[in-house]
Design a protein around this ligand. Structure first.
Ligand code: NAD
Length: 343
């Protein structure tokens, strides 16, 4: 089944509207979801949406709560998300970080009591669209075993950095595990294998079966360096922001528990260091130099190409995902096929 970008957006909005989610919040969730699929992060787009519907139904994602700023200075804040949609909480956190960065040069906002927020790069993009540098990290339910161990204790702990530029989309958006867990969930749903050297089964043996990998652990990217980075992110988006850490993190991949993860988002205003035009020109000169080195890509190239492709071609929904969405729709008293026909 193929759907257009607009149809995907409408499906998300219709379902959330029928579930009583406030329009403003639903718009953010739809935007983040569509953006992930546009960029080719299908593991974090509409494929992840049934998880959020379940979370809403079980009450682990709240609809009517407001977020609270628990602590604040001119350049920092700590937000209690009161378990609203993670997309909404992190969106508001980055808005606040950008506002603070305009004033002081840097805005650093921590988040706890939130939920899974989809693809990390959406929020760092918010900063680069304002001529700022955006950095976003988060922890997740354990998936990665510390080097030398077999028990998952560390999350897939994503890191996204966006850099403003005149000519290029520059964004690194990645899990610190060899693969995002979402890619394993997606492969399991589609009945596909995962690449080698990505995950271990529960006995610590290498596996390409996503179901065995989900029972076991995902390797860190880049051996000890990925492990070290994920370890640090666990602390910066755990204890620092009053969120859980290690095996106490729940509710990011399994929506049948309260989500206890945390986020740390940062916006940096380059004009507090140098002229923005000059900064962007130097960044673009650097990109040019890198690209002159051969057939090379820069972080963000693949996503920029995917956006163009998907705007034209739309998205392919696999049968299992389409059926999940059909089931959700029929529980909300609408027929998905008829709805798509009307769109
Ligand atoms: N919400 C969460 O808790 C959570 C947790 C983990 C991951 N995620 C998301 O999962 C998604 C997928 O993560 P991933 O680690 O599988 O990403 P990935 O491996 O597909 O891409 C990682 C990054 O590498 C860059 N890249 C790829 N090939 C390149 C090349 N040849 N040269 C230069 N740069 C290159 C990409 O532009 C991208 O920025 C991301 O959106 C991430 O935010 C979310």
């Amino acid at each position: 089944m193929n759907i257009t970008v607009e149809q995907e957006r409408s499906i998300v909005l219709e379902i959330l509207d029928r579930m009583g989610v406030q329009k403003e919040d639903a718009e953010i969730v739809a935007d983040v979801t569509v953006d992930a699929d546009l960029k080719g992060f299908s593991s974090h787009g509409i494929g992840r949406f049934p998880q959020y519907v379940k979370g809403l139904n079980l009450g682990f994602i709240t609809k009517d709560q407001d977020m609270e700023i628990e602590k604040e200075t001119v350049s920092t804040a700590l937000i209690n998300g009161n378990h609203k949609f993670g997309h909404v909480v992190t969106y508001r956190a980055m808005e606040l970080a950008i506002e603070k960065a305009h004033e002081t040069g840097v805005g650093l906002v921590g988040v706890h009591n939130s939920n899974h927020f989809g693809a990390t790069g959406y929020y760092s993009d918010m900063a680069l669209m304002q001529g700022m540098i955006g950095i976003v990290i988060a922890n997740t339910e354990p998936a990665v075993a510390p080097l030398g161990g077999t028990k998952p204790i560390i999350g897939t702990n994503p890191l996204a950095i966006g850099i403003p530029s005149n000519k290029n989309y520059i964004s690194m958006d990645m899990a610190t595990s060899a693969s995002a867990r979402g890619k394993l969930l997606e492969a399991a749903r589609k009945g596909e294998k995962i690449p080698e050297n990505v995950a271990l089964d529960a006995d610590g043996n290498p596996t390409t079966d996503p179901n065995e990998a989900l029972k076991g652990s995902i390797l860190p990217f880049g051996a000890h360096k990925g492990y070290a980075l994920a370890f640090m992110i666990e602390i910066l988006s755990g204890p620092l922001v009053k969120a859980a850490f290690g095996t106490k993190v729940t509710g990011t991949a399994h929506c049948d528990a309260t989500c206890t993860k945390g986020d740390l988002v940062m916006a940096i205003d380059p004009t507090k260091f140098c002229d923005l035009g000059e900064f962007e020109e130097n960044v673009d000169d650097f990109v040019e130099e890198v690209k002159a080195a051969g057939n090379v890509l820069i972080p963000g190239d693949i996503e920029a190409r995917n956006v163009e492709k998907h705007k034209e071609e739309g998205f392919k929904l696999d049968d299992k995902l389409f059926n999940q969405l059909k089931e959700i729709s029929s529980e909300l008293s609408f027929d998905l096929e008829a709805f798509l026909g009307e769109e």
